[in-house]
Design a protein around this ligand. Sequence first.
Ligand SMILES: Cc1cc2nc3c(=O)[nH]c(=O)nc-3n(C[C@H](O)[C@H](O)[C@H](O)COP(=O)(O)OP(=O)(O)OC[C@H]3O[C@@H](n4cnc5c(N)ncnc54)[C@H](O)[C@@H]3O)c2cc1C
Ligand code: FES
Length: 367
Amino acid sequence: MKEILVTILSITGISTVLAVLIIIAEKFLNNYGECEIDINDGEKKLVVEGGSSLLSSLASNKIFIPSACGGKATCGLCKVKVLDGAGPLLPTEEPYLSQEERKEGVRLSCQVKIKKNLRVYIPEELFNIREYISTVTEIKDMTHDIKEFRFEFKDGEDIKFKAGQYMQIETKPYAKVREKATRAYSVSSVPSDNKAVELIIRRVPGGLCTTYMHDYVKVGDEVRMTGPYGDFYMRDDSDDYVFMAGGSGLAPIKSLVMDIMERNLDKKMIFIFGAVSKKDLYYTDFFREVEKKNRNFRYVPALSRPEPEDNWEGETGLVTEVLKKYVEGGKGKHAYLCGSPGMINACVNVLVDSEFDKKNIYYDKFS
Ligand SMILES: Cc1cc2nc3c(=O)[nH]c(=O)nc-3n(C[C@H](O)[C@H](O)[C@H](O)COP(=O)(O)OP(=O)(O)OC[C@H]3O[C@@H](n4cnc5c(N)ncnc54)[C@H](O)[C@@H]3O)c2cc1C
Ligand code: FES
């Protein structure tokens, strides 16, 4: 018994000494001191403390790079051209970078740790992305797992964005979650409503941000966000548009359709909305109303597995089949797709088979 106790105490002692040594080594070995980030050939120069990621160092200096996954290396959106000073490419970056991008020095800024001076190139349009402090003024239940939130900006501040773009919201510590999370949400309201944004958020069971938004955020709470981000916005050079969404992917499509209506653009539009059963449909009356007001707009909800009690007489089956049925001859047409990566990949194939030009197919994958 005594021997066992002595062994346990020795192992604990050795582990403690090793842990202390590792902490001391980290402090001295990883002390990179102050490093300079030279942006766009001297246009801006930042002095930052080494050791953090390029993404977070830029954000602390109010330069916001799209980063929908909050630095987890799963969205691939935080690309920045690093001309000098980045270490070797990490395996976490490889899936997101083409050969061309690698040659040009493009890196995932969330994966680049600042260890020495860096020279980077950042496109001008990213300097327009700003931070907003908002107050939640309305929360609406849209379905059993989708809510729409209205966020009004503090002090009457306004925002300039294009229909289809997204914001990134930041959570605060809640319950047992100590870490902050940043996640992307597409704006469902119109650009003319410029003192606020509305976001449609679907609950992901166990998800960090969606649990926070659905269970902890109340009307009157303050939420920090940055934006606007993304290139999922309407190009005006077509008269014929196909919109397609699943679940919360309806958000940017609603903004696009409302914006086209507000600007009185003479466009032919069809919106195919994929859901599982009737309980997953929302904004149905809204799109039916748009149909009544605009003879050029058609709304097609499609259910993949309607319940018997749904008494559903509309389109049923895979959304790709519905798309094939309604969309033929893609020459000159533009398509805007939003939802899960699986749905989007399958729909892109259908559209390409229907002679849509790949460069006229725009999408935001909610991954
Ligand atoms: C450009 C862009 C725009 C987006 N717009 C919207 C929007 O308007 N509305 C909206 O609801 N979401 C949107 N998303 C998705 C959103 O950013 C989050 O990924 C999602 O809300 C999950 O966040 P979370 O922190 O709750 O889950 P996490 O804590 O990040 O994930 C928990 C677990 O769930 C899995 N998971 C993550 N996302 C999903 C998902 N969507 N479905 C199923 N499983 C998932 C993860 O792999 C993980 O295992 C968008 C994403 C992108 C990239
Ligand atoms: S922030 Fe998502 S990959 Fe870098």
